[in-house]
Each structure stands twice: as structure tokens, then as C-alpha cells.
Design a binder for this molecule. Structure first.
Ligand SMILES: [Cu+2]
Length: 273
């Protein structure tokens, strides 16, 4: 009897293992700055170029739930490195906002607004897919415009439409806004920022921040998203010195000067005694 049980366990173990590991389907390749919390993937980055000290910057936080059962409508199932996909948005698209994302990287989101009378019309608009982003991610075009996505990354991407099933991929604000904190730090300076939703993009939030000084900044995202505990930090890159402060290095001059002054004061103090 015991032998039978043992045998059953030995035979079933690989099955159970395969079942557990098989849930993810294809391997998900995440960009180096993605924060992987298991069922939730987060990204925190400057929205646009890294700002200059003293100038307004915007941080973008993208949250996505990893879900294998919500693939959405497939526009491009597999765009290999160097591959392209084109769609002509004809008159039937007028008034429609097409929201899309990359299935293996659900934090990659974009949308196409098709509007009669829009400035961009009757041309071929290129959307570059690079650095795990669609660029530009939001476009407004007139019917008749052709859009071509070009994959410049060295991993495969997809274009999946955000139908209602896929909208569940983004983590809604009611959950994220109240449960998540975004802290930006530089040296000993720490600032807690409020997250605001980006209109029309589920799971994408932004926070406005003016870096006070130049230097290397980090962001820490912590709390809960979709009941998953979140705590991770990413480098935000180096903020450039404020414009008009001269070449780099000039600001470091006062520091050694202070050192000399303190030493002179110390010598004077000791001599007096
Ligand atoms: Cu992708």
C-alpha cells in the first residue's frame, strides 16, 4: 500500500510540476527597468526626456496585471525585430479610439483616435516600437491614414486591441491610486508624489515632479496593486544641472573652499588656547 502511494507520488510529481510551470505559456521578456511582482508588472520612468533641475518633469507609472486568459483581439500576433505591420484606417473607423497593447508586455500601451478632419490624413504615419514603447503612443488621424508600426527592438512584440477583456489588464485607479505610493529620492531628499490617472489609458498614471537639484534620482513604488504587495525601486537616470549655472564642475568649487575655511578656523581656535 505504501509502495503504491509512493509510486503514485513519483508518477504524479512531474505532471504537477509541468502544470504549475506551464501557466505562463511563452516566456515573457521584460525590459531591464520593469518591476516584476509576479502577477503585476510595473514600470516607472520619466514621461519624455529626463528633465533638468528646476524644470517640470512628469513621471509615468504603468501597471499591468499579467493575464494569460485575456489576449484581446489580435492585430499583430508576432512582430519580430525589424518587422512591420500596417493598417489603413478607412472611413469605417471614424469616431473610433483603438486602444492597443503588447501581449507579452502589457505595460506597453498605445491608442489611435480616428477623427474626421484631423490634421494627419492621407499619409503613412510611422509608429516606432522601441525601448518597450510605442512611439508616439497616442495618435489622432483622419480616416484614410495608413499607420505602420516598426519594431526596432531586438525582442518580439505584438499589437493586441484593448477590448473589454483586455482592459482588465490595466489596474484601475480605484485600486492603485489609494493603495500605491510613489516616492522619488535623490541623496537624502525624499518626496512622496500623488498618482493621477492618464485619461483613456487604464493602468497608466502620472505624477508631476520638479527635480530640485541635478544628480541621480530613484523612484520607489510601494503598497498594493490588485491585492499584490508591491515594493520596488528603479533608477530614473541623471537629472542635468539647471540651465545657466555654467559648465559642470563650477558648482563643486564652494565645497573645497568651505573645507579650507573650516580648517583655518580650527587652527585659529587651537592657537588661541
Ligand atoms: Cu512587447
Amino acid at each position: 500500500m505504501r509502495h503504491e502511494l509512493f509510486l503514485a507520488l513519483v508518477l504524479l510529481a512531474p505532471v504537477a510540476q509541468a502544470h504549475g510551470a506551464g501557466g505562463s505559456g511563452g516566456a515573457i521578456v521584460l525590459p531591464p527597468d520593469a518591476l516584476d511582482f509576479g502577477h503585476v508588472i510595473a514600470r516607472v520612468a520619466w514621461d519624455g526626456a529626463t528633465p533638468t533641475a528646476g524644470l517640470d518633469g512628469t513621471l509615468r507609472v504603468s501597471l499591468a496585471r499579467v493575464s494569460e486568459d485575456a489576449p484581446g483581439a489580435v492585430i499583430e500576433p508576432n512582430m519580430e525585430p525589424g518587422g512591420t505591420t500596417s493598417i489603413t484606417f478607412d472611413e469605417s473607423w471614424a469616431g473610433i479610439v483603438l486602444r492597443y497593447h503588447c501581449h507579452p508586455h502589457p505595460f506597453m500601451t498605445g491608442n489611435v483616435t480616428v477623427q474626421r478632419g484631423a490634421e494627419v490624413s492621407n499619409e503613412n504615419l510611422i509608429v516606432r516600437v522601441h525601448g518597450f514603447m510605442y512611439d508616439p503612443s497616442e495618435i489622432t488621424i483622419a480616416p484614410g491614414t495608413n499607420v505602420t508600426w516598426v519594431n526596432e527592438d531586438n525582442v518580439n512584440h505584438t499589437i493586441h486591441a484593448m477590448d473589454p477583456r483586455v482592459l482588465a489588464l490595466g489596474i484601475p485607479m480605484a485600486d492603485a491610486q489609494d493603495m500605491l505610493k510613489l516616492e522619488v529620492s535623490q541623496g537624502k531628499n525624499r518626496t512622496l508624489l500623488a498618482l493621477r490617472p492618464v485619461e483613456n489609458l487604464t493602468g497608466v498614471y502620472e505624477a508631476h515632479y520638479t527635480p530640485p537639484v541635478s544628480g541621480a534620482y530613484r523612484a520607489r513604488l510601494y503598497g498594493f496593486a490588485a491585492d499584490v504587495p508591491i515594493d520596488g525601486s528603479v533608477a530614473l537616470g541623471s537629472v542635468a544641472p539647471a540651465a545657466g549655472t555654467g559648465p559642470p564642475g563650477t558648482r563643486a568649487v564652494p565645497e573645497p573652499l568651505w573645507g579650507v575655511l573650516v580648517m583655518l578656523a580650527a587652527v585659529a581656535f587651537i592657537r588661541r588656547r
